[in-house]
Design a protein around this ligand. Structure first.
Ligand code: ZN
Length: 279
């Protein structure tokens, strides 16, 4: 199994030592990231348990973990806000979020409004404990983080009976920087136009593609992630959603090759690795 670059105590030391004057981000594996600004911390789509490996053991779709866990959720007792892009367990994991809530009683949990009842049941909290968000609506501000949502197409755009999108990407503005995390996403007409409302400094994009035959649901291919970064003139793309499960992983080599060809700035992280953005 692959080892995270920083793990457990060493990871926590790095988080606490990261200077409060710059914006910092760590890849937690799959689509999970920790963002730090000042002494405030935000989590995006954390999956830091073995729930899926256990759930699918001895089935015809085993979720064999490729990289060891970066950190146990109960050790992240300094988090202000967490976002979930959609209901799939690698983006809304009970075994991550229930212990996280236990150690962060004041935690703001941002959930697509369409998924509120589902998420409340999975996290074993009342619906009122969660903070709903809708695409292209007013921002939610938590500490220094300003959070807005854009629709994502997990293959296709899907809405509930109120027209609320079930799959969201988040645009997070903090410290004068704007981060876009697409969640699980495929290209769709209008995505680039929506994102052009902002100047995106950092895009966190899946690159594992889609292959229904192998049960791999819809994400950007490496080429699509690069083209999106190119279209929105992004400052930096960090690829994600690989190196977690054997069945839906890819090597980042193709992404690197295409990003170089298209001159899209990129950085490939290891699990547990930090990137720091100077102000
Ligand atoms: Zn996913």
């Amino acid at each position: 199994m692959l080892k995270p670059l920083l793990q457990d105590d060493v990871f926590l030391e790095d988080v606490h030592a990261a200077d409060p004057d710059n914006l910092h981000l760590w890849w937690l594996g799959q689509s999970g990231f920790l963002v730090k600004w000042g002494n405030s911390h935000l989590l995006i789509d954390p999956y830091i348990s073995d729930s899926l490996t256990q759930k699918y053991a001895n089935t015809d779709k085993p979720h064999v973990r490729m990289t060891e866990r970066v950190i146990a959720p109960e050790r992240l007792d300094f988090i202000e806000v967490v976002t979930s892009s959609h209901n799939h367990s690698d983006h809304l994991d009970g075994e991550t979020l229930i212990p996280l809530l236990a150690v962060n009683p004041g935690l703001t949990v941002i959930i697509p409004r369409a998924n509120l009842a589902f998420a409340a049941e999975r996290l074993r909290v009342p619906v009122q404990r969660l903070t709903p968000i809708r695409a292209m609506q007013d921002p939610i501000t938590v500490g220094p983080f300003r959070i807005q949502a854009v629709p994502s197409a997990h293959e296709t755009l899907e809405t509930d009976e109120h027209g609320d999108h079930k799959y969201l990407g988040y645009v997070i503005t903090v410290a004068g920087r704007t981060i876009y995390h697409s969640g699980d996403a495929c290209p769709y007409p209008g995505l680039v136009e929506s994102l052009k409302k902002w100047t995106i400094d950092l895009a966190l994009l899946p690159i594992n593609g889609r292959d229904p035959k192998r049960g791999v649901a819809g994400n950007f291919t490496a080429g699509e992630a690069v083209e999106l970064g190119h279209a929105i003139h992004v400052g930096l793309v960090i690829p994600c959603h690989y190196a977690m499960f054997e069945f839906n992983s890819v090597s980042p080599d193709e992404f690197i090759r295409l990003a170089q060809t298209r001159q899209v700035p990129y950085q490939v992280l290891a699990n547990g690795e930090r990137v720091s953005l100077p102000e």
